[in-house]
Design a binder for this molecule. Sequence first.
Ligand code: NDP
Length: 328
Amino acid sequence: MKIYREKDADLGALLDKTVAVIGYGNQGQAQALNLHDSGVRVIVGNVEDESAEQARRDGFTVLPIAEAAARGDLLLLLIPDELQAKVYRDSIRSQLRPGQTLDFAHGFNIRFAWIKPPPKVDVIMVAPRMIGHSVRQRFLDGAGSPAYVAVEQDASGHAWKTALALAKGIGATRAGAIETTFAQETELDLFMEQATWAAVDRAFVLSFEVLVEQGFDPEMVALELYGSYEAAEIMAEMARTGFFRQGRLHSHTSQYGTFSRGPRVLPESFKRVLLRRLEDIRSGRFAREWRREQEAGYPNFQRYWDEALAHAINAAEEPGRELFGPGR
Ligand code: NDP
């Protein structure tokens, strides 16, 4: 893994440029403020609403998106991924000129060609690994937050310099900017969502259902599964101590039980299930389905949410919140 640090990046690559932050939401606000504090000239492109007002309160000039795209040398596309292609088509594409750079915080639209930038512009990615609030807070604390960096298209010959300067401007090189590609970042991200986390989510829901069907108290089951924060603490300990090594913090009975029964719960053949999820992503099948879902007005997405919120687990989690919630 190649990691870029402060010494590898030169903010000078941005100092005579105008950065247009398109979308002043979660990432937009954090990145705009960090860049401004790093001495970079920033303008904001947004529709006229509360986010635009917030950007003005934060001291930025706010323009319609097309105008900001025309004025900016480096365009940060920081609107929700599923809306980027339409906004790009309607307000950005016709403004692009040689010498400009398009930056993404996630590779989806480029990986699946929902956006096809012309060859005359650079296409880069600086993708923070944290929510916007943490990107801002850790910048203010001096720590910075890690990000993935990638170059998809290098028309100018200095796309990497721009990408690393941007990573430095938002504070990412203080923690470390990890080199990747649009394809790897996107596929890894979607795999985690659709395979790893999907398996964890399903394991929790099915465990809840089996235990309740077998007469266990639903509220105790929800508490035991995740409500007590024990599961969250185990995940944090995995990151701190090590995936397996954190196991030593548990009883010998727990360690033996997990090691010996794990393969019976998820046998080796489960790898084939995971591989199919990866193929679904890499072939573009998931992206095509997601696009059809959007075009149809999200009928299945809405149904999944309705079903989730009607599940008995929701009612079972109240006592846990009261007992273990923040401040207790
Ligand atoms: P947000 O949902 O916070 O973005 C909201 C912004 O997009 C607002 O300024 C909003 O404008 C604007 N917007 C929404 N709809 C439209 C539209 N139809 N036309 C024009 N502007 C619109 O997005 P995030 O910051 O969460 O995500 C931005 C990018 O960052 C994505 O690529 C995402 O994958 C990536 N990313 C996000 C992370 C996160 O923590 N959320 C972490 C790392 C990467 P308004 O509200 O004013 O209408």
